[in-house]
Design a protein around this ligand. Structure first.
Ligand SMILES: [Mn+2]
Length: 462
């Protein structure tokens, strides 16, 4: 008998997603199977809580095989989806006898992580969902999809694009979603799969975490965090942090979960602050992920001390938040309080402004004069009266180190058009709505640069 043809000696062709399968990785595997029809899908021993409902319903249909089946076997080719990190697929290849000679084909939408697989082919479109990348390939090849598989694929796209509102969403995500709907995907089922916190225990933890959230100011940036000690290994903490982050629109949220008995600390972070790179922060503590979403698990007998070190390191990494002094307009005109309204109106016309700070004899800001105040004087036929009789006072002002958030709150809540920045009685500058708009525009560009490079990667390692 020719032994090379026996089943045991045949080299396998497989499809794998990352460990702790989530909806996008399962969706990517299902779609990959349409392209690589002679490959077997291998499942992770862990299913992410967000994907459990879908797995329960479709497990038989999917026919994913456990990694134990690969023990002692050779693998010719492995299609790796939704990751390119050798660490995140390590569990599948433990028993394989020819790891060094496997041909890897990668479909990933995450950035390179430093531990990339040595692939013969890499497809790395930065779409919102990795499933969209495989979906585009299927559309291109004119492959027909079963409605159930279209549903699974669509669930993956909804999950990784945050229902198409994450900043990483591209036209192709919509194109593929539209194709999947046309292929008979059930939106009702997709909605059912996407309920983020699925079991009671997770919902309770969500509320507990919410009640534990505290705010820290690091170099003027608002960082929210919660620190919790848990008895048992809890699943789905990433989903809880994700939900808290989304619902409350924090700039940044860090969840610290200490498992005292096991001497472990799990840290999960989400950030939309351009100046906070979570991957850089948590890599320093043995973890990783993306700029916007990262995590780490540490062995420690003193989780609170580790939390403090993470905050201390954040203080080094984090650029100071914008302050009043960075926003203000310093090219400003002032006027003496004893000048007349007429002189003031000429000045305002010349400098094309709607208001001007008023100074007293000792050069202190004594009031603020706007066109509206001048109008009142004109109506009363008092244009030759001194400004001090018509100006607004006392003046609402701020110090130079007030953060942008506080500045915004004052300008918008008190409906103030011009906010003088004063330090030790000295007028430094003025903040008006234009200064804020200019800052917002620059901030948007910064966020674009950040997310445009790498996308808003929500599906971190957790
Ligand atoms: Mn993904």
């Amino acid at each position: 008998m020719d032994k090379t043809n026996s089943k045991e000696n045949q080299k396998l062709k497989i499809i794998v997603g990352h460990s702790n399968m989530d909806l996008d990785s399962i969706a990517s595997m299902v779609l990959a199977k349409y392209i690589y029809t002679d490959h077997i899908c291998i499942k992770s021993h862990l299913v992410h809580p967000v994907a459990r409902k879908l797995m329960n319903l479709y497990e038989d249909r999917l026919g994913f095989v456990s990694a134990a089946e690969l023990k002692g076997r050779q693998v010719e080719q492995a299609v790796v989806v939704d990751t390119r990190s050798s660490d995140r697929v390590e569990e599948y290849f433990r028993g394989v006898t020819n790891y060094e000679s496997i041909k890897f084909i990668v479909y990933d939408h995450h950035p390179s992580c430093g531990k990339d697989l040595d692939a013969v082919q890499i497809h790395e479109k930065k779409y919102g969902a990795n499933a969209s990348q495989l979906g585009m390939e299927i559309i291109k090849r004119g492959i027909f999809l079963e409605p159930e598989d279209a549903t699974i694929a669509l669930a993956g796209i909804y999950a990784d694009t945050g229902n198409f509102i994450h900043e990483n969403v591209v036209q192709e995500d919509f194109d593929v979603a539209s194709f999947l709907l046309a292929s008979g995907a059930s939106l009702k089922l997709v909605k059912d799969f996407l309920i983020p916190l699925q079991d009671k225990k997770q919902q309770l933890l969500f509320h507990e975490a919410f009640n534990n959230i505290k705010q820290a100011s690091i170099n003027g940036n608002d960082i929210h965090y919660c620190y919790m000690e848990l008895d048992l290994e809890a699943q789905g903490l990433g989903a809880i942090i994700e939900q808290l982050f989304k619902i409350n629109s924090y700039d940044a949220l860090l969840g610290f979960f200490a498992f005292r008995d096991k001497g472990k600390l799990l840290v999960i972070g989400r950030s939309s602050l351009p100046q906070l790179n979570l991957s850089e922060l948590l890599s320093a503590f043995g973890g990783g992920g993306h700029k916007n979403a990262a995590s780490t698990t540490l062995k420690t007998g003193n989780p609170e001390a580790v939390k403090d070190s993470i905050f201390a390191y954040m203080e080094i990494l984090l650029e100071p938040a914008y302050k009043a002094v960075d926003l203000m307009d310093t090219d400003i005109a002032c006027i003496d309080e004893n000048k007349s309204l007429l002189e003031a109106s000429v000045l305002l016309e010349n400098i094309s402004q709607t208001g001007v700070p008023v100074l007293d004899a000792s050069n202190k800001v004594s009031g603020f004069l706007t066109l509206r105040d001048i109008m009142k004087g004109r109506k009363a036929d008092q244009m030759n009266s001194p400004i001090k009789n018509f100006m607004s006072k006392p003046v609402v002002f701020i110090g130079p180190n007030v953060t942008i958030k506080e500045v915004e709150a004052i300008i918008f809540e008190k409906n103030i058009g011009h906010l003088p920045v004063i330090d030790k009685d000295k007028l430094l500058g003025i903040i008006n709505r234009n200064c804020i708009l200019k800052y917002k525009r620059e901030e948007t560009i910064k966020r674009k640069v950040l997310t445009g490079e790498e996308g808003l990667w929500i599906s971190g390692p957790i």
